[in-house]
Structure formats: C-alpha cells, structure tokens
Design a protein around this ligand. Structure first.
Ligand code: SF4
Length: 246
C-alpha cells in the first residue's frame, strides 16, 4: 500500500515557492542588468516621501515635482506645516497634480492624523509592525493600498510590496498572473514568493516602473528591445505571429 509522507504537501508547497522565487529573481536580474539600482524614492525625508506618495496618485512624476517645489518655497514641506496651513493655500500649491482640491484634503487629513494620533511624529507612527501600520494607513482618508504600500516601503522602510498598473500589465504579459487579479492577491503572491527584504522590494518595484515606462506600454510594447523579451509569453507570441507562414 502506498504511504503518504506526512510532510508531502508542505514539501511540495516549498518546492513550488522556490520555483516561482527563482523565476521572479531571474526577472529581477534581467531588469537590474539594464537599469541597475534605481535608488528610490527620490526624496530628502520620510515626510516628503509621504507627501509625494499622496500627490503622485493618477499623475506623472513631473507634476509632483512642480507641486513639491511650491510647497518647499512656501515652507509647507512637512506634515506639521501642512496641518497648520489653510486648505486653500495647500490647494494652490498642488494645482499641477490634478484633482488638486482632493489632493490638498488628503494631505491635510494625513497631517491631522499624525498630529492627533502620534503627536506629529512619523517615526512614532512607524514604530508599529508592518500589518498594524498598514491597517492604520488604510484607515486614513484618501490612502488606498498602493499609497499605503509606497509609504510603508519607501518612507517607513517596511517590507511591503507595491503593486501598480505596470506590475499587472508586465506580469500578465510575462504569463505569470491573470491580468484580472486584484491588488491584494497580487501583493500577497509577490510577498509569498520573495524574501521579506526591504532593499529587494524597493528596487524590484522601481525596476518594474522602469520597464513599464520605457518598454511595456499599453498599445505598442517595445518587445524587441525589452530586457524581459526572452522570458515573456507576449513577446514570443508576437514573434511567432510575425513569422512568415509556411
Ligand atoms: S517583452 Fe514586451 S510584453 Fe514582455 S514585458 Fe517586455 S515590453 Fe512588455
């Protein structure tokens, strides 16, 4: 009679995790060979990262830079200054970031939260463990999962993988995920298969952003020059279609 090993299921699961991890690390090294260490996030302080992460929702980075310059010139580039400033003054500065009134409200809501719950200290707020802090961030007005994970990873230095539209597009085209997968399951998938390493998560997301920006556009992905072409299902199917018949 065949015996089932008591640890059979676990051993198989470990094996599967290692296999996917090897695939994800291979992808990482291919991207790294082209773009190297992206040194994200390009901000001087953790407070600035938080402000950037709120402002960058639905706009290009160049718009954020304009708003940040204005906030800096007016002495508003800190949570306490944002908390004290009138909404209209903050809104004026963040006009380049679209939905500027809502963005100003979000900045002020975050600043008020840190002021009231943590005496205005981000460091104190960030002392919590990753999942507790994530829950708290998600409870603040205007903070969705991507913004929360940006703050966790790039401001608090916690191992929380960031998902964005590029991540879904690239990994579904690679043939590794279903393009309809939701934010939370996809974040959980990356975190199950990669070691909880802040530096790795930091640069992995930054490299995905670089691939999305330079190669993997919605309509015309530049597969022939993309560093991931050798492991990409979309690229190989495009190449097969381009072969002359017969
Ligand atoms: S090879 Fe093409 S489809 Fe695949 S990730 Fe690169 S640009 Fe996107």
């Amino acid at each position: 009679m065949r015996q089932t090993h008591p640890h059979g299921a676990n051993a198989r699961e470990d094996h599967d995790i290692k296999q996917v991890q090897a695939v994800l690390m291979d992808i990482y090294h291919r991207m790294y060979a082209t773009f190297g260490d992206r040194r994200w996030w390009p901000a001087e302080t953790a407070e600035e990262v938080v402000i950037d992460a709120i402002l960058v929702q639905s706009v290009a980075w160049s718009n954020v830079v304009k708003a940040i310059d204005c906030l800096r010139q007016r002495g508003l580039l800190s949570l306490e200054a944002l908390h004290a400033a009138p909404l209209e003054v903050v809104a004026e500065c963040v006009v380049p970031t679209r939905y500027y009134r809502a963005k100003a409200q979000k900045l002020k809501a975050f600043a008020a939260h840190v002021h009231e719950r943590h005496d205005g200290s981000l460091e104190r707020m960030f002392e919590q463990d990753t999942e507790t802090l994530r829950e708290e961030l998600l409870s603040v007005y205007g903070i969705g999962p991507e913004t929360a994970d940006d703050i966790l990873l790039y401001a608090a230095g916690k191992p929380s993988f960031v998902i964005d539209a590029y991540t879904k597009r690239i990994f579904s085209r690679l043939g590794l995920i279903d393009e309809r997968i939701g934010y939370e399951p996809l974040r959980a998938w990356f975190m199950r298969h990669l070691p909880a390493d802040v530096a790795l998560y930091n640069n992995y997301h930054a490299l995905i952003d670089a691939i999305g920006h330079h190669f993997c556009s919605v309509r015309r992905p530049a597969c022939t020059s993309c560093p991931l072409r050798a492991v990409c299902r979309h690229a190989s199917s495009q190449a097969a279609e381009a072969q002359p018949a017969g």
